[in-house]
Design a binder for this molecule. Structure first.
Ligand SMILES: Nc1ncnc2c1ncn2[C@@H]1O[C@H](COP(=O)(O)OP(=O)(O)O)[C@@H](O)[C@H]1O
Ligand SMILES: [Mg+2]
Length: 263
């Protein structure tokens, strides 16, 4: 199912720029995200994914350009209450228990319905861990709790900054199944990743390098445009550093994130 042009965008950005001293972290990005789709922001570390998300959720002010989210010009703090944002660094509290964290986020979002908390914790398979202090959780469990906290108010728009880092492969599948269900229900999901092997789970990808969008489209479309079999190859080729293919150094791929890259 493709998004029709008659569907109002949930997120619109025009020539967004964010400069830190000499660095243009986001360097003129325009985009339109429509409801019910999963968008992937893919790029190596330092390419500007987190900065772009922070501009879109209204936690950073652009140097120039505009962003509209849920019909509101950003930055506008009130919009934050209507979106889900899972930060790259877990934003949960180590000295609180699992359920205390979920309750804290629920109350911040004005959610009184206790079943929403139970649902969010069950979803990430932490329903049986209510009283466990966060400091006793594994890294993957913390990621799961962060996701639950981002979902507790059932947002229609979700920004997930590298949600599956440190999450084991089986749980990754569960996460993606859930993202797909939420999108099928009409939610818009923006997921960032520096790992190409998750890209094909997105409806549309934006390959990002040096704060710019190198290419956009489905994984298949991007591979076809680049004339490569995999997205890493497409990325390198589109970045102008692929030729000749055999010599292209996988500069940006950290060795510990290569598991399961075969596709
Ligand atoms: N608050 C900041 N101050 C200065 N430089 C920053 C800041 N935030 C990000 N940057 C720089 O902007 C660039 C993009 O960073 P980031 O958006 O975190 O990339 P990514 O999420 O893709 O790894 C990097 O060069 C980073 O060092
Ligand atoms: Mg980041």
């Amino acid at each position: 199912m493709t998004a029709g042009t008659d569907v109002a965008p949930v997120v619109e950005a025009r020539e967004l720029r964010k400069v830190f001293g000499p660095i243009a972290a986001v360097d003129g990005i325009s985009l339109d995200f429509t409801p019910g789709r999963i968008y992937g922001l893919l790029g190596p570390n330092g390419s500007g994914k987190t900065t772009l998300i922070r501009l879109l959720v209204g936690l950073a002010r652009p140097t120039s350009g505009t962003a509209r989210v849920l019909g509101t010009e950003m930055p506008e703090r009130q919009v934050l209450g209507r979106i889900g944002y899972m930060t790259q660094a877990d934003g949960i509290y180590a000295d609180l228990s699992v359920v205390e964290n979920a309750r804290f986020f629920a109350s911040m979002y004005g959610v009184r319905d206790r079943t929403a908390i139970e649902e969010a914790l069950d979803l990430v398979d932490l329903g049986g861990r209510h009283s466990t202090p966060v400091e006793e959780l594994s890294g993957g469990m913390r990621r799961r709790l962060s996701l639950a906290c981002a979902l507790v108010h059932r947002p229609r728009l979700l920004f997930l900054d590298e949600p599956t880092v440190g999450v084991d492969p089986a749980l990754r599948v569960v996460f993606w199944e859930h993202f797909r269900r939420l999108a099928a229900d009409g939610a818009t999901i923006v997921v960032s990743s520096h790992v190409m092997d998750e890209a094909d789970r997105c409806d549309e990808l934006l390959l990002i390098l040096n704060g710019r969008v190198l290419a956009r489209g489905s994984g298949a479309q991007i591979r076809e445009t680049a004339g490569t079999h995999d997205l890493e190859g497409a990325f390198l080729r589109l970045a102008g550093r692929a030729a000749p293919a055999a010599e292209a150094p996988p500069r940006e791929a950290p060795p510990n994130d290569r598991e399961g890259a075969a596709s």
